[in-house]
Design a protein around this ligand. Structure first.
Ligand SMILES: Nc1ncnc2c1ncn2[C@@H]1O[C@H](COP(=O)(O)OP(=O)(O)OP(=O)(O)O)[C@@H](O)[C@H]1O
Ligand SMILES: [Mg+2]
Length: 114
């Protein structure tokens, strides 16, 4: 679905692949760690640029220490611990909001190159 939007909006193959990869990591986190959630997708216009924004929100346990969770190799699931750091590097903008007991919301934006 993200792939379809990015294709319709004429992102380059590289930009699309990066964004789809970031999205799949965040979707997987919402499922595995957050117990499921919702994704909101929106097309943006800002300063004459076109972008694609995704919000992943869950009502799971939340993240008590975001900085630690962002560190490559940190995992509470005996996995690789690369999803959050990878998503931050792959997307143009990355915003994470979470508190223990409050669920988690991660927003990523990709801008089309001019
Ligand atoms: N939506 C979420 N809700 C609660 N905790 C989360 C959520 N997303 C990430 N975390 C916490 O942050 C840690 C790091 O996440 P990250 O995606 O980097 O690694 P991982 O999911 O453990 O492994 P990988 O993504 O490499 O398979 C997770 O192990 C988990 O403790
Ligand atoms: Mg992950």
């Amino acid at each position: 679905m993200v792939h379809d939007w990015a294709t319709r909006m004429q992102f380059s193959t590289v930009e699309r692949t990066k964004f789809v990869t970031a999205a799949s990591e965040l979707g997987r986190n919402a499922l595995v760690h957050g117990g499921g959630g919702v994704m909101v997708i929106a097309e943006l216009q800002r300063d004459g640029r076109t972008g694609l924004r995704l919000e992943f929100q869950d009502q799971g346990p939340g993240i008590p220490d975001i900085e630690r969770a962002m560190t490559d190799g940190f995992t509470t699931a005996k996995s690789m611990g690369l999803g959050l750091g990878g998503a931050r590097r792959l997307a143009n903008e990355f915003i994470i909001e979470s508190q223990a007991g409050q669920g988690t919301k991660v927003t990523i934006i990709q801008w089309k190159r001019r």
